[in-house]
Design a protein. Sequence first.
Length: 261
Amino acid sequence: MVQDSVILSLQNLTMRFGGLVAVREFSMDIRYGELVGLIGPNGAGKTTIFNMITGHYVPSEGRVLFEGRDITGLPPWKIARLGIARTFQNIRLCREMTALENVLISFHPRVRSTVFDALLPTPRYVREERWMRERGLELLAAVGLERWAHFRAGALPYGLQRRVEIARALATQPKLLLLDEPAAGMNPQEAQDLMGFILKIRETFGLTIFLIEHVMQVVMGICPRIRVIDFGVSIAEGTPEEIKRHPKVIEAYLGEEALRA
């Protein structure tokens, strides 16, 4: 990896749904190690951009390059294997499973044991199961969730459920992590804790992070660079201070209260 080199390049991405243009000619480069925020009003096209990056949508026009490779239109599982992981606006945990079991789900695509191995069980199955559990507990410990490992995910406080979801994404060993509104539904203290959590995992796992967020406390507090879109079109980019004072951003999204923040 070359310092300051580009890990993700979005080139003139356009997404049409019939006659509706959700995203129009969106271009952006993200460099290794960056923590970049993407903000805009509801319906601006933010999640659509994430969906094009991760293969859930095939762009109508434009390209997605990851580490110099054109991944446009690849299926989500191939993109995940290349090193891109994501979370979603609505938490998608298996609520009746424990926090550890939710994390273990992400390890299964990398194991070689078959159903036959599991039924016997064979030494290979036993060995791989032991490895997954050990690695899963190590991962939960690394993100401060070790004491919650054996608690049912659905019974955990909302902020901890979000952390479990992020830990599950980390289990895929990503280079680039896409976080879609991780602070949604959190109270101010949970949002404050989340900020420290994101900064910690970025440092611990050497991640590049692309973040969609509506909670301005979070995005303004941890993202050195922020892109703003409105009606699927970029309208501004800059530091938090620059974004807070940008006339187009105030008009389209932040409101006059941003001037007093």
